[in-house]
Design a binder for this molecule. Structure first.
Ligand code: FFI
Ligand code: NDP
Length: 418
């Protein structure tokens, strides 16, 4: 502790719980109380030049247009921290929805409280806040497509590529505000420099977002994910990668029943019949739970103002603009997403490119099984219908006689030609 206090020049405060469904108590402890303690510690660092707090662009996702300012929270963070000391878990759980109001989860709510704490308890510290949006794989450094966790879209890319996720409740035209992780790092370092060297009079907030500079939509992103998974498939897929966005509750429930639950139940039945342990319904349950907490962000669009970020860009020398590049106007989304999917395959799934021919062969087998299954299903349904309905029988006789006539006609015409 003594060494930290006496030697630290710059603090980058990134530690947090990023789980959306964490208990309010734990989220407050990590995202609010810890920030308060770190500020206290920072105030005892004689050599400190800058304190950079990493928040999220979604800390005010209850608003549609978000400026580079700190918005007040309905309940003072200090009161929330105090109440966590004496309320028991059951009560905390009960009052959580009332406290978080129109924030979608405890994560975004406590990140907003964390910003408020920074604002109120900064004292004489030289502070800045960086708000990244949805952090994705690297764009350029150390190489394109590097990723090391399933947060944000990465987990759903796996689920789509492996054929588990077939439908997602989302708005294809909503803005997908993804930001590559190396861009976030570059901007954060540049903010550290600017805050330490220029010492702005007030706490500056920097939106590290892409939509203002180079917007992309979920539809385009989903399409490119599928195209890449088709070109360079993941190994041992459950089904062929195919997914679409649903826009209302009825189609979502239909897709969940037909495209998610039914195949999972049938596969588990097959596992049971072959003496193995069923696992697909459990996995599907987990996937749909994850989807339900993420879909809030795929159904809305936000606007973030980026005046401070643009100002920072203009303050950097041309050389620093190149080294600490955070200008996403140059980003080609299709290329980025393709590299992202390949990065997921390589760094998260640990799959080798040498396995691609076998993965393609597996997809062809899955396609044949799909056709076979659908034909069998159709024939069974038709057989049942014929047994029950005179009209279906008439239609069937009509089709059969039509086919017979066609075949006779072609036979006759070919024997005439001969
Ligand atoms: C053409 C059409 C094509 C269409 C289709 C194409 C598809 C296209 C793609 C579209 C993409 C849209 C995405 C929007 C993202 C918006 C993010 C907004 C971010 C706001 C930014 C931030 O400022 S903040 C950082 C984000 N913060 C997270 O992203 C944490 C999430 N997470 C949790 O909130 C908890 O995790 C949760 C899950 C509750 C379980 O919670 P829980 O208590 O039940 O259990 P656990 O946490 O233990 O997780 C249990 C198992 O879920 C695994 N898992 C964890 N996250 C996962 C994840 N994202 N996807 C998959 N799987 C995930 C984990 O790896 C465990 O797997 P295992 O058991 O095998 O280890
Ligand atoms: N991922 C995203 O899309 C976005 C993330 N952010 C913000 O970026 C920051 C980093 O997030 P991300 O990298 O995604 O998340 P991770 O969960 O990967 O990283 C969180 C970090 O916090 C540390 N940490 C967690 N709990 C504690 C604790 N009790 N004491 C000390 N350290 C702890 C973890 O340490 P360890 O590795 O040892 O567990 C880890 O290094 C967070 O502040 C998050 O809010 C903002 C916008 C988007």
């Amino acid at each position: 502790m003594q060494e930290l206090l006496s030697c630290t020049n710059v603090v980058f405060h990134c530690a947090a719980t990023v789980r959306f469904n964490d208990s309010l108590r734990h989220a407050v402890q990590l995202n609010v109380t810890a920030t308060q303690k770190l500020l206290l510690m920072a105030s005892q660092m004689p050599k400190l030049e800058a304190f950079i707090h990493i928040s999220t662009a979604f800390s005010n996702c209850n608003l549609q247009h978000i400026d580079e300012v700190i918005y007040p929270c309905p309940v003072e963070p200090k009161k929330i921290i105090d109440s966590m000391e004496w309320l028991d878990d059951a009560i905390v759980e009960e009052i959580t929805p009332k406290l978080i109001r129109d924030w979608p989860n405890t994560y975004t709510y406590t990140k907003a409280l964390g910003e408020m704490v920074v604002h109120q308890e900064s004292g004489n510290l030289n502070i800045a806040i960086v708000r990244p949006s949805i952090v994705g794989a690297t764009w350029q450094e150390p190489f394109p497509g590097w990723v090391d966790n399933v947060n944000g879209p990465s987990g759903l890319i796996i689920a789509t590529g492996k054929g588990f996720l077939r439908a997602l409740r989302g708005a294809p035209m909503a803005v997908a505000d993804l930001i590559p992780v190396d861009t976030v790092v570059n901007l954060t370092l540049a903010v550290g420099w600017y805050t330490a060297v220029h010492r702005p009079k007030s706490t500056l907030i920097y939106h590290c977002t892409s939509s203002n500079f180079n917007p992309c939509h979920w539809g385009k992103m989903g399409f490119q994910i599928l195209a890449t998974c088709e070109k360079i498939p993941f190994e041992r897929a459950f089904r062929r990668p195919y997914a679409d966005f649903t826009t209302n509750t009825i189609t979502t429930q239909y897709q969940n029943a037909v495209s998610h639950w039914a195949p999972a139940i049938i596969y588990d039945l097959y596992l049971r019949l072959t003496g193995r342990k069923p696992r697909m319904t459990k996995l599907m349950n987990r996937l749909l739970r994850t989807v339900s907490v993420l879909e809030y962000f795929v159904n809305r669009s936000w606007e973030w103002s980026t005046n401070n970020t643009e100002m920072l860009m203009s303050e950097l020398s041309p050389e620093d603009q190149r080294v600490f590049n955070f200008d996403v106007r140059q980003l080609n989304w299709l290329e980025y997403i393709e590299n992202y999917v390949l990065g997921v395959k390589k760094y998260l799934l640990k799959e080798d490119m040498a396995g691609v021919p076998e993965a393609k062969q597996h997809l062809r087998r899955l396609r044949n099984i799909h056709y076979l299954f659908n034909t069998a299903l159709f024939l069974i349904a038709w057989r049942l219908l014929i047994a029950r309905s005179q009209m279906a029988r008439n239609v069937w006789l009509f089709i059969v006689s039509l086919c017979y006539k066609c075949i006779s006609y072609f036979r006759a015409s070919s024997s005439l030609k001969a």
